[in-house]
Design a protein around this ligand. Structure first.
Ligand code: HEM
Length: 271
């Protein structure tokens, strides 16, 4: 049996609804013969505008539904599936509602914010689909805090071993122990650390071990430190993008709601 996922949820029920909505709106637009140029003010314009506004309010309601852990109306996977397909259908409904009349005014601002919110939704979807699984795989059933604790334990062991080694080795290890997961947000965004002191220590000890055989424990310690650092780096890099896109998608949707309210009020005030 094929498992329900975000896309094929209940045999693509929301894809079917979204296609139906898109087709009905498009045919209505094609066959409508308004006496004025097609825009939001014809009967079809008002109908599409009302559907679009209701869709926006419902799409935003998802943020509330997501946090209602006790609520059992539809499961969350179904909600996300509907959110994606009907969110995409909104781009057609909203475009037809405008009648392709875009200008420098609050009505067009609502449209631009709608398309921007949908655009960030599509952009974030690729992160949303792949990153959570990769994040839990990379941690290998541990929490990031547990891996940080492992590094702290490794560092305490390395400190003890430093007494019996040459000055140069001591300096290389001291630098490695100061090496953080990411030195700044830029490296977290890119997901790599230039000139990582722990990586340098591993390479240095690998070379030195051929001459001094008391370095093998320290080498193993640094290899483990580097492995743990790499796990955390990958995890926090993915988390960065996962949080970043939502921190754009959500504020944009609130901006859209404000513009939508202004758009609707101004239409009725100047009617
Ligand atoms: C104007 C249209 C849209 C609005 C107003 C909107 C609004 C929202 C809101 C309020 C949330 C909740 C975020 C939170 O509270 O954590 C959300 C989440 C999300 N949206 Fe949208 N969205 C829109 C379109 C889209 C589209 C077209 C897609 C994808 C193609 C999409 C994908 C997502 C995803 C994947 C989430 C995260 C779900 C989760 O955290 O479980 N959105 N959106």
């Amino acid at each position: 049996m094929i498992q329900d996922n975000l896309f094929n949820y209940k045999r693509f029920v929301f894809l079917k609804w979204a296609l139906l909505l898109t087709l009905i709106s498009s045919f209505a637009y094609l066959f409508d013969q308004p006496r004025i140029n097609a825009n939001g003010g014809t009967w079809l314009g008002y109908t599409l505008g009302t559907i679009g506004a209701l869709l926006i309010v419902w799409l935003m309601w998802f943020g509330v539904r997501k946090r209602q852990y006790a609520n059992e109306t539809g499961n969350l996977r179904g909600w996300v599936s509907a959110h994606i397909y009907l969110g995409l259908a909104l781009s057609v409904v909203a475009t037809l509602h405008t009648g392709f009349q875009i200008g420098w005014n609050v009505h067009s601002l609502a449209y631009v914010l709608t398309m921007a919110t949908i655009g960030t939704g599509v952009w974030g979807l690729s992160f949303y689909l792949r990153y959570p699984t990769e994040m839990s795989n990379v941690l290998n059933r541990q929490s990031p805090e547990q891996i940080v604790e492992q590094i702290q334990t490794l560092d305490r062991e390395a400190q003890k071993q430093l007494k019996n080694v040459a000055d140069m080795v001591g300096r290389v290890i001291a630098a490695s122990l100061k090496q953080s997961i990411y030195p700044n947000r830029k490296s977290q965004r890119r997901g790599n650390v230039k000139d990582c002191a722990t990586e340098n220590a591993v390479n240095y000890l690998q070379r030195e071990m051929t001459q001094a055989d008391n370095l093998s424990d320290l080498y193993r310690n640094q290899v483990q430190r580097l492995r743990a650092l790499k796990q955390l780096r990958r995890y926090y890099h993915l988390r960065y993008w996962l949080e970043l896109w939502l921190s754009i998608h959500v504020p944009l949707s609130f901006g859209l709601l404000a513009a939508l309210i202004t758009h609707v009020l101004s239409v009725f005030i100047y009617w």
